[in-house]
Design a protein around this ligand. Structure first.
Ligand code: SF4
Length: 350
């Protein structure tokens, strides 16, 4: 009889697995056919590599349409990759097919969505939703243990008193409280990694900081890793250990948060940082603010940022830049700002 993969996923990583990595993506690619049989191909994600270590918060930043939510759905196995591989603690998960196997995986790598209403049934109390999830994902717990665990995760997400919150319906909670329930729900499955897709973008600025602190607490006290997907680079700066920057389906820069945000190398990262509002600055438009939006339908070769890039050269239109070392643990994909990315270029734009 075939062993249940959850036992495999929970066992020690296999020999040769990257040490300390919870999740790895190698060459992850997702294309969509658009426009019928004679149509075109939308390159949502191309050749995406990343790894998330234990107790690490990685921020995946980029503008709308950059492919970051598609990456989250690929990692959550909501979408199947067109190519590439996902490894959970060194074991491939792309081949999981059975409902039970997917359930086990999604319990260990749950998602928290942008709109908490989408994952909460308005007809059920918070307590019912939590206890039902626990029954599904942790069948080893009895009724009393499930109740105690529901209270524990609500407290960990900053929702007190937990018994009072459990009696509430989703519409009786504020947006920030509902989003905390989303994190509590994810935590109740005893995850190794939480995929948080724009979890604070629908909240008032004054409430966001509380949610970011919840994420930091999950890392520090519950030993959970997080992939924090956001278009808000300022919040990434606040909470993440590393930052990955995506543009038009490509990973264009990655490194330790302080390094990337204080010494951005890729022109797109510089643009993102220049767009963070500064109340003391005068309104201005940079040269990279203008230009064509990213082309992800049949994009062909070349840098996908070239239509907006103030540093673009001829080679940018014909050769796709690959990630290269910009500093220790810091990589970027640019022919101009990463010396030696293409033979014959000098890194003159740095
Ligand atoms: Fe700009 Fe060329 Fe670098 Fe792309 S590769 S970011 S177009 S300079």
């Amino acid at each position: 009889m075939r062993r249940r993969p959850v036992a495999d996923l929970n066992s020690s990583p296999p020999t040769g697995a990257a040490p300390g990595l919870v999740l790895e993506a190698r060459g992850l690619t997702r294309h969509f056919r658009v426009g019928g049989l004679r149509g075109h191909t939308l390159h949502a994600v191309d050749d995406f590599d990343m790894g998330i270590a234990e107790r690490e918060i990685v921020a995946l930043v980029g503008e709308s349409g950059s492919g970051k939510s598609t990456v989250a759905r690929l990692l959550a196995m909501v979408f199947r990759p067109t190519a590439g591989e996902i490894l959970f603690r060194g074991r491939p998960v792309s081949s999981l097919r059975r409902r039970r196997d997917l359930l086990d995986y999604r319990g260990q790598v749950p998602m928290v969505f942008q709109d908490p209403f989408s994952s909460l049934n308005p007809a059920h109390t918070i307590g019912y939703a939590l206890l039902r999830g626990l029954k599904l994902h942790r069948p080893e717990l009895d009724r009393h243990q499930r109740w105690a665990e529901a209270e524990r995760v609500l407290e960990a997400a900053g929702l007190v008193p937990p018994a009072f919150v459990m009696s509430k319906y989703p519409y009786e909670l504020s947006g920030g409280q509902r989003q905390r329930v989303g994190f509590a729900q994810a935590l109740s499955y005893r995850p190794k990694l939480v995929l948080a897709d724009e979890p604070v973008s629908m909240l008032d600025v004054s409430i966001r900081i509380g949610l970011l602190n919840v994420m930091a607490r999950l890392r520090d006290e519950e030993k959970v890793s997080l992939l924090y997907i956001t278009h808000d680079i300022a919040s990434a700066r606040y909470v993440s250990d590393r930052v990955l920057v995506m543009y038009a389906g490509h990973l264009v820069e990655q490194g330790p948060t302080d390094d990337v945000l204080h010494n951005p190398v890729h022109p797109y990262t510089r643009l993102l940082l220049s767009a963070v509002p500064d109340p003391r600055a005068e309104m201005s438009v940079t040269s990279a603010d203008v230009g064509e939006p990213p082309r992800v339908i049949d994009p062909g070769e070349g840098c996908r940022f070239r239509w907006r890039c103030p540093l673009a050269m001829d080679v940018c239109a014909t050769v796709t830049p690959r990630l290269g070392p910009a500093a220790p643990h810091h990589e970027a994909a640019c022919h101009v700002t990463v010396p030696g990315a293409v033979p014959g270029t000098s890194g003159a734009g740095r």
